[in-house]
Ligand binder design. Structure first.
Ligand code: G1P
Length: 291
């Protein structure tokens, strides 16, 4: 029996340099896709997967994130007085229960592996999920982390969301070396961060959803630098292979990279068109561009 996954780590310390000038004064995770900040999609996805503890790895200038998930007594009182029930419900939908969310700081931008390591004391000796909030998904088969939990219940150990990418793009992702593969769940026999296409062991790329065992912290603790001179999560995960079950699980869903300007715009269009209350109006206002 696999131990249940109740904690998620949300690395949100990045400077958002790919998104200037929008991110000069506000965290990139607070940019909205339609009417919700990008980070809220990640939190809702985690909650839908049964997550109860949310650990944000933040940095200087990210306090808007703390406020967003906290209560806002003054706003609630005003909305109540004005009988704005819908708006009150919308504001409160972003709340996390007191005591179930915490913030740890990553003092220096040393890489994704280092960011995850910063959460070790809050996570403790339990399996945990990692969500990279820049990536949002539209899926007909439910939230991607929930799909991943489904795979974890079958195979246990460590499970990463994966998808095939064009071979020439392997240098943008962590890439798995693959053993047994039933077309849905693939055994990982190795993994490498951002390999050149000629060095890539497959085209199966890591997507920003992970379920990991706490032993990964021991390997992160070595602070070894890898691709780009950063402490890479992929390198620490690779060291678990052979000691613990390690799999990639394909998922249903369309991925949008909201850390990228084009991906962010595409996400806004796709999410608006997926909304029954907005699709027709947005199409009409687009002057035929979205016909
Ligand atoms: C990170 C991971 C990489 C993964 C990617 C998914 O890279 O290091 O393994 O494939 O996220 O988006 P980043 O995009 O932060 O450079």
């Amino acid at each position: 029996m696999s131990r249940p996954v109740k904690t998620v780590v949300l690395p949100v310390a990045g400077l958002g340099t790919r998104f200037l000038p929008a991110t000069k004064a506000i965290p990139k995770e607070m940019l909205p896709v339609v009417d919700k900040p990008v980070i809220q999609y990640a939190v809702e996805e985690a909650a839908a997967a049964g997550i109860e503890r949310f650990v944000f790895v933040t940095s200087r200038g990210k306090t808007a994130l703390e406020d967003h998930f906290d209560q806002h007594a003054e706003l609630y009182a005003t909305l109540t007085r004005r009988n704005k029930d819908t708006q009150l419900a919308e504001a409160r939908a972003a709340e996390l229960p007191t005591g179930h969310f915490s913030f740890v700081r990553q003092a220096e931008p040393l890489g994704l592996g280092h960011a995850v390591w910063c959460a070790r004391q809050v996570v403790g000796n339990e399996p945990f999920a990692v969500i990279l909030p820049d990536e949002v998904f539209l899926s007909a088969e439910g939230p991607v982390l929930k799909q991943l939990v489904g795979a974890y219940k079958k195979v246990g150990g460590n499970v990463l969301a994966v998808r095939e990418v064009p071979h020439e793009l392997t240098h943008r992702y962590g890439i798995l070396a693959v053993g047994q593969d039933d077309g849905s769940i693939a055994e990982a026999t190795g993994m490498v961060e951002k390999p050149r296409p000629q060095d890539a062991p497959s085209d199966l790329s890591i997507v920003g959803r992970y379920i990991l065992q706490p032993e990964v912290f021991e390997h992160l603790e070595a602070f070894e630098t890898g691709a780009g001179g950063e402490i890479q999560l992929t390198d620490a995960m690779a060291k678990l292979i052979g000691r613990q079950p390690f799999h990639g699980a394909r998922f249903n869903g369309e991925r949008f990279d909201c850390g990228d300007k084009a991906g962010y715009v595409a996400a806004n269009i796709a999410f608006a068109l997926a909304r029954a209350d907005l699709a027709d109006t947005v199409r009409a206002l687009s002057g035929g561009r979205l016909a």
